[in-house]
Design a protein around this ligand. Structure first.
Ligand code: ATP
Ligand code: MG
Length: 513
């Protein structure tokens, strides 16, 4: 499926509702005197939350918590589906994500009678009903529907699974380049020895640092950090004796590294294919070495959503295929075991943005795991240090060159963060340019990229300032924060037990009544 087709399907998905529909559902339930409808959504506790989470999901959670009975799940088990070998990240991440929630303005439930007006913050692994439901739902999910799920496919690929083995062709290093290759290799190796790095993670960190220090190449000569890392990976992976190496690429920085790599691997230049090859080289894992837990995480996500009978799931667009899968599970379960009764509730997705926010390097979705994120907890100075060198329109080399906003990643941020009025912010008083003004100033070369970026940062800062204040308050109250999680989790367990009882009874497993 090509990208436009995927986009079309996403937009057409019966699993997605608009904001108007979400508000209508809630109003209708209220008018009919029914209990509040529910929201369930959450995040993997793999690190701090970023501005992609904010526009993709957090903003809606805050907005709709007054209309829906809200449950926010810290998906720590799901975090382990990709980080099972790094459980030490969990405690810190749980704390950070909880602070991010408070910073965004989630109004937490703190115990006592629950009238559905406060959000329950829940730790996934502490709700055993989710694990039980995962097992039961697994009975109904064909493996094919997991393997073919577009979100699973993309994420599997990000983690290096399921890519065909490709052999690096053997080519001889031309004598002209050999001294250059030797020199680079020696410097890289020396650097590693000095750093004493051993693990793969540290290795990548170190190699990035190495390039950043501009021993061999100026970072701005390349499109992004990620490319530098990937290109050097390929260089190191290939036996230097077998590699043909164009030294002048590094010397001048004039050529596109992807073209060079295409050349090196004797393949037609295709950015995507190369990225896959490099992932393969890096991870070299085939599809069947994927864990059962990783492949099955959409099933556990269906359990996350249904244990509270959620009607609405505010998420980013990457999640739509998983909501569709959840609806399929609900449908199968209800038709298999429900007789005429609806045992489980089918959820709808509410999307914060139509396209996932790109990372600051413009190469992939902003993600905690890709080192391309602007975190909600960062200071203005830290954010500026990321935004200032961020790539813009590559054809806009000089200040007086007209720019093309439609190809600029920074402009896409303007559209997302400046496209509509942000609650509590007086944009006019702030004096930030509108999206139209930004586009005009760029096309007419009235602004340089730096001015454009300053406007963006001003708006980001206005959005983040109130979060900073709330965060600072909660940072002083670690025990209260812990109590919020305990209260939310306890309340979630009440709902989980009720759902489990219903489910087990529908499945003829209510033995001791
Ligand atoms: P990880 O790399 O650990 O998977 P992540 O950054 O992808 O982290 P998740 O915890 O997987 O974050 O996602 C939490 C929620 O935030 C989901 O609803 C997801 O759709 C949304 N989200 C994450 N990244 C983005 C993004 N770049 N743009 C829009 N929404 C996003
Ligand atoms: Mg993710």
């Amino acid at each position: 499926m090509d990208a436009p087709e995927q986009k079309r399907q996403k937009a057409d998905s019966g699993a997605v509702v608009t904001e108007e529909q979400a508000a209508e559902f809630a109003a209708k339930a209220q008018a009919e005197g029914r209990p509040r409808l529910r929201i369930l959504t959450g995040d993997r506790t793999t690190g701090k939350l970023h501005i992609g989470h904010y526009v993709g999901s957090l903003k809606h959670r805050v907005k709709y918590q007054s209309l829906y009975d809200t449950f926010v799940l810290m998906a720590d088990v799901q975090a382990l589906t990709t980080h099972y070998d790094r459980p030490e990240i969990l405690k810190q991440s749980v704390r950070e994500v909880a602070l991010d929630y408070m910073a965004c303005g989630i109004e937490p439930y703190t115990g006592g009678p629950d009238d559905g007006t406060k959000a329950k913050i829940v730790v996934q692994s502490m709700v055993p009903a989710i694990a039980d439901l995962t097992v039961y739902y697994g009975l109904l999910v064909p493996v094919r529907s997991l393997i073919d799920n577009p979100t699973v496919k993309t994420e599997a690929q990000q983690h290096g699974f399921g890519i065909k083995q490709i052999k690096v062709p053997k080519v001889l290093v031309s004598e002209t380049y050999r001294p250059f290759v030797e020199k680079i290799k020696a410097r890289v190796e020396a650097e590693f020895k000095e750093l004493g790095e051993s693990s793969l993670h540290d290795y990548y960190e170190a190699i990035t640092e190495f390039w950043n220090q501009k021993y061999l190449i100026k970072q701005e000569d390349l499109e992004s950090d990620a490319e530098i890392r990937l290109s050097i990976d390929v260089f190191l992976v290939m036996d230097e004796g077998n590699a043909i190496y164009k030294g002048d690429f590094f010397a001048s920085g004039q050529m596109n590294p992807w073209e060079i790599l295409g050349d090196l691997l004797n393949l037609p230049y295709k950015r995507k294919t190369l990225r896959e090859i490099i992932l393969q080289l890096k991870h070299g894992r085939d599809f069947t070495s994927m864990t059962y837990g990783f492949l099955g995480y959409p099933v556990s996500q269906a359990a996350d959503i249904t244990f509270v009978g959620a009607h609405l799931v505010p998420v980013g667009p990457d999640q739509v295929p998983l909501i569709e899968l959840c609806r399929e599970v609900v449908h199968r379960f209800n038709s298999q075991y429900g007789k005429k009764k609806r045992v489980l509730t089918s959820p709808y997705a509410l999307l914060g943005v139509r396209e996932a926010l790109q990372g600051i390097d413009g190469n992939a979705k902003m993600s905690k795991s890709l080192n391309n994120a602007i975190y909600l907890s960062e200071t203005d100075a830290e954010i500026w240090a990321k935004v200032k060198p961020a790539p813009t329109d590559p054809q806009r080399v000089r200040r007086e060159d007209p720019g093309r906003p439609e190809v600029c990643n920074i402009f896409s941020y303007h559209k997302v963060f400046n496209g509509e009025k942000e609650a509590g912010i007086d944009e006019a008083a702030l004096n930030v340019a509108t999206v139209e003004e930004v586009a005009e100033n760029c096309r007419g070369a009235k602004w340089g990229c730096v001015e454009c970026k300053q406007h963006l940062c001003k708006k980001l800062s206005a959005i983040l300032d109130p979060m900073r204040e709330r965060r600072a308050e909660w940072e002083k109250r670690p025990d209260d924060l812990q109590d919020v999680l305990k209260a939310g989790t306890a309340r979630a367990n009440e709902e989980g037990e009720k759902t489990l009882e219903r489910v087990r009874s529908a499945m003829h497993m209510d033995y001791f009544r």
